[in-house]
Write a protein that binds this ligand. Structure first.
Ligand SMILES: [Zn+2]
Length: 323
């Protein structure tokens, strides 16, 4: 069996040190509709797909009642809620990554967020993802102390991730923790201008509704499948299906991304993937040792001028912590 675990990081982050609007970035409220978590659940329902929602319980300035209602909604639809932690919102605004905290400080962050998790859901988390993939080996040690057995923070080669190197894309065991890494592939790109290749480049990408085109999602899935990778993480955020202006004053539904999600889910189901939540699959995760270092590769083409325009606007958005 080949599995896809859709994971949705649920968070309202405006800048690395500033909390954003819960209603907008988590619920995606625009007019009478909610294009955030509720819309994602609705689309999943249409395809009979379920996912794992990693909720940032470090965002302590939101009303705890909101977390209760949110997790009730997710669990009521038989999707899964697990723990996500962006430590700057409960601790030091200048340190957004868990590995920037010593083990005692990390323990405090985890303890507080797990209490908030329990307060909202009346149960304890079993799986974890660090905000910005910012975990280190201390984080993994602490997780097992808190009864969490699965981590999904490992992003091979990402500068924020300080977990000791593991084989990309396969399930590993680190002490008592099972690591389900973020699924990545390499896109080798030919940039064309007037029919000629004027530049070549490559990017390591995660299988992400926001940062991949539909073509990349499909080719990425096929490449990962050809490398016999058994568990695939589809990455999303609570705000994946909305977009906003740089000053965060105007939000609108992102119908193109809704269509992309629809098309990708249809494509994956057509290829006989089974969708599962972390909770459903955590006792059957195939730990693999001795597999060779491999990141599957795809090849795509882009129009040179369009991609220059896109990368400038992407840089502006990243600076402002937009989508
Ligand atoms: Zn996050």
């Amino acid at each position: 069996m080949k599995y896809i675990i859709p994971t949705i990081d649920v968070e309202a982050i405006r800048t690395l040190s500033r909390l954003g609007d819960y209603e907008k970035l988590i619920l995606g409220r625009i007019g009478d509709y909610s294009f955030g978590v509720p819309k994602i659940l609705e689309i999943f329902d249409t395809f009979r797909v379920k996912g794992t929602f990693f909720v940032d319980f470090a965002e302590k300035d939101h009303d705890p009642k909101l977390f209760h209602l949110l997790t009730e909604l997710i669990l009521g639809k038989n999707n899964d809620v697990q723990l996500h932690v962006h430590p700057q919102f409960m601790s030091d605004p200048n340190r957004p990554l868990l590995h920037q905290y010593n083990i005692i400080e990390q323990e405090h962050c985890l303890d507080e967020s797990i209490k908030a998790f329990y307060h909202a859901t009346s149960h304890y988390p079993k799986a974890f993802r660090a905000g910005g993939y910012g975990a280190d080996n201390n984080t993994l040690k602490l997780l097992s102390k808190f009864g969490i057995s699965v981590d999904s923070s490992y992003f091979p080669g990402h500068e924020n991730c300080k977990i000791s190197p593991l084989t990309p894309n396969v399930i590993s065991k680190v002490d008592d923790i099972i690591e389900v890494p973020v699924t990545v592939f390499k896109n080798n790109i030919d940039y064309r201008l007037a029919g000629n290749v004027v530049k070549q480049g490559s990017l390591i990408k995660k299988l992400d509704i926001d940062s991949c085109s539909l073509e990349e999602l499909k080719l990425g899935l096929d490449a990962v499948s050809d490398s016999k990778i058994k568990i695939i993480i589809l990455f999303m955020h609570s705000y994946s299906l909305i977009k906003w202006n740089p000053t965060y004053t105007k939000y609108e539904p992102d119908f193109a991304d809704m269509e992309k999600l629809d098309s990708f889910l249809g494509y994956a189901l057509g290829k006989d993937y089974t969708f599962a939540t972390m909770d459903e699959i955590m006792n059957f995760l195939p730990v693999e040792t001795g597999r060779e270092y491999t990141i599957p590769e795809i090849k795509t083409e882009r129009n040179f001028l369009n991609s220059v325009k896109r990368s400038i606007s992407a840089k502006v958005r990243t600076t402002l912590r937009g989508k």
